[in-house]
Design a protein around this ligand. Sequence first.
Ligand code: ADP
Ligand code: MG
Length: 341
Amino acid sequence: IAAAARRPIRELPDELISQIAAGEVVERPASVVRELLDNALDAGARQITVRLSAGGVRLISVEDDGLGLPREELPLALRRHATSKIASLLELETVGTMGFRGEALAAINAIAELSVQSRFEGADSAFALDGRTGELRPVARATGTTVEVRELFFATPARRKFLKTDATELAHCIEAVRRHALARPEVGFSVWHDGRLVEQWRAAAERDQRLADALGEDFVKHSVAVDRQAGPVRVTGRAGIPDAARSRADQQFFYVNGRFVRDKVLAHAVRSAYEDVLHGQRQPVYALYLEIDPARVDVNVHPTKIEVRFRDGREVHQAVRHAIEDALAAPRAGEAAAAAA
Ligand code: ADP
Ligand code: MG
């Protein structure tokens, strides 16, 4: 590039910054669903209703009965890097909430029509904020929050072109809800699409109940309970018996401190645990939950927080591998359960 053709360095306008940042966080409607569910859970919701239209491209609405937001904070919620969840680097290192980047709502607002309705706990009125105009008006609703996202990617047609059919986008959205539902059995979830109830998982007292509801009775029948503490790492959940393995890796759920993650260390640990009992390309089914001191895992690795980094990968690998091996070796637990059914 010739010096004459070079343009001076300029700070990008806010809106463009948000649109660029949004590209990292929002790939498709399911990404929005995931972010809004994180927020609802962080707000202490016990019941979450997701309403979608046209695979989520026309409309994604997530209604919760959580704590809500005070009126004066509604506009702040849409600002970039504005969050109620951390206030310092120290808090980031021990963060216990799903969110902490303060970016999701700002990102979504930059690439869709966003509105937020909320009633703060103890407040005597509720307010709605229009993300585009910034207009605040009183509305009637119970304590909690509803975020509505319409016309996703209307401003970024390039991204819109990458979307698949409504049915495929819907399937991804449902999968996003399922992932959250498996982490939080005490919360009820329902999903509506174009006015039709497509999934409903009632609040459950036991995790196994939620696993049965959201993955099917067979998942529980054909799996063994995992529960092992190794030093600072605890691994619980269920691991499928070898016979329950599938050709597709579509029932593999791993959570770290309640967050769904994809991680090479964990995936490899699971693979090694099944090494002797599973052959070829067969994919084990599992829902595993790792609890670890938040200071020993970095969740600030990826904008979508689907990746994590462990301070001691070896320690985690061994804990996971041994937890599964022990469970699979326990006297025919899986078959006994299956036979009893
Ligand atoms: P983050 O979750 O990382 O803080 P977000 O952009 O997702 O960033 O949300 C910004 C802020 O808006 C949150 O910190 C929270 O205070 C508030 N907020 C968002 N969604 C909800 C909700 N469903 N209920 C209550 N407060 C919410
Ligand atoms: Mg968030």
